[in-house]
Design a protein around this ligand. Structure first.
Ligand code: SF4
Length: 388
C-alpha cells in the first residue's frame, strides 16, 4: 500500500499554495493524500504566524492529535506516524516547538519545504529541525498538484522588504525575491493544459515584482509586464492578483486593469489604519490623503472596480481620534469588503517593543463598530454583483 500524507493549512493563500507544492512533492514520491490525520502516515500542519490566534490554534490542534496518537498501542496494522509543523510558525519558533509539543517529530521552516520528503524519511529515526534558507528559497519548480479544479494560485514572488512594524512576514519568509518570467509562464501554461482557466497571482506585494527580461537584457520586467505576458497566454480566462501595497500601486496598474481583457477588476488594497499617526508607527509608507487619492484614481480609471481592504484596530497607542479617522475613511471609501483584525503583538517585530496598551474591551468594541459599518456597506454596494 502506498504511504499516505495529510496536510492541514492555516493562514493565507501563500500557505495554501505552499501546501499544494508540498503535496505535489510527496505525490511524486508515490504517496497518496489522506482525508484525515487518522488515515495518514505523515501528518503536517502548514502554519501561520501573522496572528497569535492562528498559532494557538495550530499548537492546540497538533497537541490533541499527538495525545491521541501516543495513547494508542502500536500494532502491525498501526505503524507510528510522523508529525510535523511546517511554514511560518516553524520558522519563527524553531526548536521551541519541540518543547511545546514533545511528541512532535519534525519542524520545517519556510525555506526548507522542498526537502520535506527527505526530512520525513529521516524523522523516522530522530527529530528533524530545518529552518535555514528562508531568504533564498523560491517555488521555482512546481510539482503539479492543484487542490481546486476550477482555480489555481501561482506564486510569483516570495518574502517582503517592507517591514511594516507589526508584521512577522519579512522575518519568517525572508527578503523579497521575484520568480523568473519563463518559470511563471510555463506554470500558467501547465495549469491551462490541465483544464484550469482562472488564476490568481500571489505575492506579499505584487506591485514590486521585478526581474530582468532575458529577451531584452537591459529591460527590467515589472508586474505590469508580467500581467501583459500572462494576459496573452491562450486558454487563460481570468487573472486576479494579490496583494497590492498602496505605496507601490498606481495609475499604470489601474490602466492595465482597464485595458487587459482577462484581468479581474478587483483590487485588494490594505489600508490598515485611517490615522496618519498610526500609519507612521506602522511604517506603512503612505498617508491617509495619499490612500484616498489612490482610491479616487483607481475608481476613475476602472469604474467597475471591486475594492477590498485589511484593517488593524487597537494598534499600540491608538486613541479614540485615531480610530475615528479609520471609521471616517471607511465611510468615505465604502469598500466592497474589509477584513478587520484586532492587533496582537508578534515577537521580533518593531511594534512588539511598544506596549500593547489598548484594552481588550476597547479593541472588541472598535472591532464591532467597524464590522457593523462594513456589513451595512456590503449590503448597500454588492447587489450590483448579483449574477456576475
Ligand atoms: S507589506 Fe507589510 S504587512 Fe505586507 S507582508 Fe510586507 S511587512 Fe507584512
Amino acid at each position: 500500500m502506498p504511504k499516505k500524507i495529510y496536510i492541514r493549512t492555516f493562514g493565507c493563500q501563500m500557505n495554501e499554495r505552499d501546501s499544494e507544492f508540498i503535496a505535489g512533492l510527496f505525490l511524486e514520491k508515490g504517496y497518496t493524500l489522506a482525508d484525515s490525520p487518522d488515515d495518514a502516515d505523515i501528518v503536517l500542519f502548514n502554519t501561520c504566524s501573522v496572528r497569535e490566534h492562528a498559532e494557538h490554534r495550530a499548537i492546540s490542534n497538533m497537541g490533541a492529535l499527538l495525545k491521541i496518537a501516543h495513547r494508542k498501542p502500536i500494532t502491525d496494522k498501526r505503524k507510528p506516524k510522523i508529525f510535523g509543523i511546517v511554514g511560518c510558525m516553524a520558522q519563527a519558533m524553531g526548536n521551541k516547538l519541540f518543547q511545546r509539543l514533545p511528541g512532535l517529530d519534525m519542524v520545517c521552516g519556510t525555506g526548507e519545504i522542498a526537502k520535506l520528503p527527505e526530512l520525513a524519511q529521516k524523522a523516522q529515526e530522530k527529530k528533524m529541525l530545518a529552518t535555514g534558507n528562508a531568504d533564498k528559497f523560491i517555488l521555482s519548480r512546481s510539482p503539479y498538484y492543484r487542490e481546486k479544479k476550477d482555480h489555481a494560485y501561482v506564486s510569483i514572488m516570495r518574502g517582503c522588504n517592507n517591514f511594516c512594524s507589526y508584521c512577522i512576514v519579512p522575518h519568517v519568509r525572508g527578503k523579497e525575491r521575484s520568480r523568473p518570467v519563463p518559470d511563471i509562464v510555463n506554470e500558467v501554461k501547465d495549469i491551462v493544459a490541465n483544464g484550469i482557466r482562472n488564476i490568481t497571482l500571489l505575492g506579499q506585494n505584487v506591485n514590486s515584482y521585478k526581474t530582468h527580461d532575458t529577451r531584452h537584457k537591459t529591460h527590467v520586467f515589472g508586474f505590469i509586464d508580467l500581467l501583459k505576458e500572462i494576459n496573452n497566454i491562450d486558454g487563460v480566462e481570468k487573472i486576479s492578483f494579490m496583494t497590492s501595497h498602496p505605496k507601490d500601486a498606481g495609475i499604470e496598474l489601474f490602466e492595465a486593469m482597464r485595458d487587459l481583457d482577462k484581468i479581474n477588476r478587483h483590487l485588494h488594497l490594505p489600508l490598515q489604519s485611517g490615522s496618519d499617526r498610526i500609519l507612521k508607527l506602522m511604517n506603512r509608507g503612505y498617508t491617509r490623503k495619499k490612500y484616498l487619492s489612490l482610491v479616487k484614481k483607481a475608481r476613475e480609471i476602472v469604474p467597475d472596480l471591486r475594492l477590498t481592504t485589511d484593517i488593524i484596530i487597537g494598534f499600540p497607542t491608538e486613541t479614540g481620534k485615531d480610530f475615528n479617522d479609520t471609521l471616517s475613511l471607511m465611510k468615505e471609501v465604502e469598500f466592497n469588503l474589509a477584513y478587520i483584525f484586532k492587533y496582537s503583538p508578534r515577537a521580533g517585530t518593531k511594534a512588539a517593543r511598544l506596549k500593547d496598551d489598548v484594552p481588550e474591551a476597547t479593541k472588541s468594541q472598535r472591532h464591532k463598530t467597524l464590522l457593523d459599518l462594513q456589513r451595512g456597506l456590503y449590503e448597500k454596494n454588492n447587489h450590483i454583483f448579483i449574477n456576475r
